[in-house]
Write a protein of this length. Structure first.
Length: 132
């Protein structure tokens, strides 16, 4: 299957999901803590790649470096907020609140261990859909 060059690789293909890697990392914070920082690295790399793509396309189409820079900065700010900072903070809060709330609950050890992760993962679609 050939790639449609009119399609935005970073926003209209599964590559877009890389921007949400940090939410998965936040969800697994208490199970696999060493994954949190790399997950933010992957999401940040996605943001930088999308920014470069939008900057390059604008520069190529208009030959106006000022307009291209504006497009790149706009893309970077939007992607950092919408793909990394806001969703990451929300999932972090869901996981931390669940961890705190479950302390007084009588749960099996496995449920006790995994419920914050499941709550974090479960919150991702509710965060992503409004932002997209």
């Amino acid at each position: 299957m050939a790639f449609n060059k009119d399609k935005d690789l970073y926003r209209e293909t599964p590559v877009r999901l890389l921007g949400y890697t940090n939410e998965v990392g936040e969800s697994f914070r208490y199970i696999v803590p060493n994954f949190v920082k790399p997950s933010y690295g992957i999401a940040f790399a996605y943001v930088c790649a999308d920014t470069q793509d939008k900057y390059s396309k604008k520069l190529t189409s208009t030959k106006d470096s000022k307009a291209a820079m504006k497009t790149g900065v706009d893309c970077f700010i939007w992607q950092i907020l919408a793909s990394v900072l806001v969703p990451g903070k929300v999932v972090h809060s869901v996981v931390a609140t669940t961890k705190w709330a479950k302390q007084s609950m009588k749960l099996t050890p496995m449920v006790h261990k995994w419920i914050p992760t499941f709550m974090g993962l479960g919150s991702i679609p509710f965060i992503v859909h409004p932002i997209d």
